[in-house]
Design a protein around this ligand. Structure first.
Ligand SMILES: [Zn+2]
Ligand SMILES: [Zn+2]
Length: 751
């Protein structure tokens, strides 16, 4: 019998991931295996236990999938496959985030229209994602730069405008003189442009602003109720929010003009130690405090100078003296009113008390203005001024603030506004949407070609039919992100309908809120503003069914994939290309390796050893399974009636309990999206199956028929739970006979 066994194992097929993966991907495609179910609308009973929308991040049409995508989608896909197996209806789909400066510049470099460039990107990237075997509901995919989709942006713009949540402001905006565009707050990194890393200037320009301030406090309050958000995701929201608790007091000017200035400080105990007031140049009441001759020019110069707003740069950041003073909150020497952009990054566009004794940045400013030592002496002498102390009250400040959503670029959603000499600023009526972006648009350099194209900007006024000019600014792609999480819930067949009808579809009520968002740790800003938009649309009406105004019931934020401790970048030459890796070791190994290597919440420091380890595991499992299935049980002796010294019942019972416990642990880890733990448990279960075989053979010389059966049972459990992580190999082994589902999955879903 041993001879038979050896002969067979010599002829066993090698693990060939390329062949296995191609075969199963073709099967899934042919079966439309991951099509999204449609909720019943006729009141018929629901065959699914849950409706689970797993929100995958919307990839930029950059041209290539990178390891960060692989990590993100491997986590989401494992969860999607797990949920389907336990009987849930699953929506796992995304839209391409196709507008924006990077796509525009990439198209220009290749002498293509952006439309053509993003079409090619989406095609290539879909192929890459398919080669990895991700179970997306592809029929739900969409591209944000298609007119039918960017009308969502236009509709949202008009809806928020009507509700007063979008406004025209002549604000100071971050301006990159190199890229010739205004920047969103998130596009300014330490005072430099996110794209060209050149210095950013603040300039005054008419812009369209999104009034997030209306919902910042609610976003703060609701965060405490986000039970299924992991710590990284919650932390990202706190980070964007930038909440500061403290006190504020109203300080009157010393020049008897009656002007009052409300100043905040996080140091409630330090009021008596205040030495100056620092005002943001964006402060709503700045004008009242900048009457000093020549100050306007100085402010202008400061704005043009390019601000680095990091607190650690306190030595260098411009600080202007307004020439005004206010009475100190606890009496004493009047406080000079200073102006500096340092306030914005730390407290938002407000005014704060400068307390050098409590704050290092304040100490630096006090030294620069010679304010610290002198006043400390006066305080020590107990020299209190004539005024009565100002009353302080508890107060909160948030760094999160309204931001500009318009850009002077061509590759974006046209803003549905026209300017008419007779009527002024006129919104395009909703029934006229979409305002179409020229498809042959081909940006050639800096500046905005829309503003030079009369066929685009010449129009008639919707109010008076007179000649009018279209707004030629477009919406920043950050604005698209405000709604990008919704259309996947809409079946493709319904996508042409008016947006009011789409938003009333029962589908949205089945899928929303999204059960779990899986996104990179750099997407906190998007999530924050998506949460704001949901609250706005709840109050306006279309999303009224989301009572708490939250688009995501749960969220997992994963960290980046890095290499040698550094961010992967072409510049550093340390990029791992997913395609090459898949070519070399197969998709299952790549997927398994990114999940195995680290907890989602930790940076994944890429190593060849994780890949090698996972490849060995899958290869060993393949060989072991083939060898086991090649054995004919009829060739093995039954253990019935054998002498006690040969009995292996207790070993089999142990194996069965290992399988069962392993399955429970893996299901548990999957529910928590702790994929690395699940993969480690899978590997442990495989080791235990091997141990069992060794021990049984050691005890009785060869396996009994019952032992063999026990191994097949345990392998079937292993293969069942392998499916979310290495679905191709799992499908191949299940089809080869290891498909007993001995643990009905519905019993385990309560784990
Ligand atoms: Zn730039
Ligand atoms: Zn008009």
């Amino acid at each position: 019998m041993a001879t038979t066994h050896d002969t067979k194992s010599a002829a066993l097929p090698e693990y060939d991931p390329q062949a296995i993966e191609a075969r199963w991907q073709a099967v899934w495609r042919a079966q439309d295996a991951f099509a999204t179910p449609t909720p019943p609308t006729d009141g018929s009973s629901d065959e699914y236990s849950r409706w689970i929308y797993i929100k995958a991040s919307a990839p930029f049409t950059s041209g290539n999938i990178h390891m960060g995508h692989v990590r993100s989608y491997a986590i989401g896909d494992a969860y999607a496959r797990f949920c389907r197996a336990r009987g849930d209806a699953v929506l796992f789909a995304f839209g391409w985030d196709a507008f924006g400066l990077p796509a525009e510049l990439s198209a220009r470099d290749r002498d293509l229209t952006p439309t053509e460039w993003v079409r090619r990107c989406a095609e290539v990237m879909s192929g890459q994602l398919n080669r990895l075997g991700f179970s997306f509901g592809w029929e739900r995919t969409f591209t944000s730069s298609e007119p039918n989709m960017y009308r969502w942006s236009q509709w949202l713009f008009l809806t928020l405008l009507k509700a007063g949540l979008i406004y025209r402001g002549t604000g100071t905006v971050d301006w990159c003189p190199t890229c010739h565009t205004t920047l969103a707050t998130i596009q300014v990194e330490n005072g430099t442009c996110w794209r060209c890393h050149g210095p950013v200037e603040l300039v005054e320009r008419p812009e369209w602003f999104l009034r997030i301030s209306a919902y910042v406090e609610e976003n703060d309050r609701r965060a405490a109720e986000l039970k299924h958000w992991d710590d990284v995701a919650l932390g990202s929201q706190r980070e964007v929010l930038g909440r500061l608790d403290g006190v504020e007091c109203d300080l009157s000017g010393t020049d008897d003009s009656g002007e009052m200035l409300t100043a905040f400080t996080p140091h409630a105990e330090g009021l008596a130690e205040a030495r100056f007031v620092l005002m943001s140049p964006r402060h709503a009441e700045l004008g009242r405090w900048t009457t000093k001759p020549g100050l306007a020019a100085e402010l202008e110069e400061m704005r043009q100078g390019g601000w680095d707003r990091a607190a650690r740069e306190a030595e260098a950041v411009p600080v202007l003296d307004s020439g005004h003073t206010v009475h100190a909150p606890a009496g004493g020497e009047p406080l000079p009113v200073l102006i500096s952009p340092l306030v914005d990054s730390r407290f938002g566009p407000t005014a704060v008390l400068g307390i050098p004794a409590r704050d290092r940045t304040d100490a630096v400013i006090a030294r620069r203005f010679g304010l610290g030592a002198h006043d400390t002496e006066r305080a020590a002498r107990g020299d209190s001024g004539a005024t009565t102390p100002a009353r302080s009250r508890p107060a909160v400040r948030y760094r999160a603030r309204d931001f500009s959503v318009s850009r002077q670029r061509a590759w974006g959603t046209p803003i549905p506004i026209v300017y008419c000499e007779a009527c002024g600023t006129v919104p395009v009526p909703v029934e006229h949407l979409p305002v179409i972006l020229p498809v042959d648009l081909k940006p050639t350099g800096p500046g905005n070609p829309l503003a030079q194209d009369p066929t685009f900007f010449e129009t008639t006024c919707p109010a008076c039919d007179g000649p009018a000019r279209r707004e030629t600014d477009t919406l920043d792609c950050h604005f698209d992100a405000l709604w990008l999480w919704i259309p996947a819930c809409v079946p493709a067949s319904e996508r042409e309908r008016p947006l009011e009808e789409i938003l009333a579809l029962p589908d949205l009520r089945s899928w929303l809120p999204s059960e779990r968002l899986v996104a990179g740790s750099d997407s906190g800003n998007f999530m924050f503003d998506q949460r704001i938009t949901t609250k706005a649309l709840r109050d306006i009406g279309p999303l009224a069914f989301l009572a708490d105004g939250e688009p995501f019931a749960g969220a997992l934020m994963h960290e980046m994939v890095i290499r040698d401790g550094r961010k992967m970048s072409k510049h550093l030459g340390n990029v791992v290309e997913p395609d090459a890796l898949v070519e070399e070791v197969g998709a299952d190994t790549v997927r398994l390796a990114v999940l195995y290597a680290a907890r989602p919440q930790r940076s994944l420091n890429w190593s060849e050893s994780s890949v090698a380890h996972c490849h060995r595991f899958l290869g060993a499992l393949w060989i072991f399974a083939q060898r086991t299935m090649a054995v004919d049980p009829a060739d093995l002796p039954s253990s019935a009636g054998e002498p006690p010294k040969l009995m292996t019942d207790h070993l089999r019972r142990k194996l069965a309990s290992w399988s069962e416990n392993g399955a429970v642990r893996i299901a548990d880890a999957l529910t928590q999206l702790e994929m690395h733990a699940a993969v480690r448990d899978l590997m442990r279960l495989f080791e235990r199956i091997g141990d069992f075989e060794k021990r049984a053979v050691a005890k009785r010389g060869q396996l009994s028929r019952e032992d063999h059966e026990a191994i097949l049972d345990a392998l079937a459990v292993l293969v069942y739970w392998l499916d979310p992580f290495a679905p191709h190999l799992a499908a191949e082994l299940a089809a080869a006979g290891l498909d007993r589902t001995p643990h009905p999955h519905r019993d385990l879903q309560t784990a």
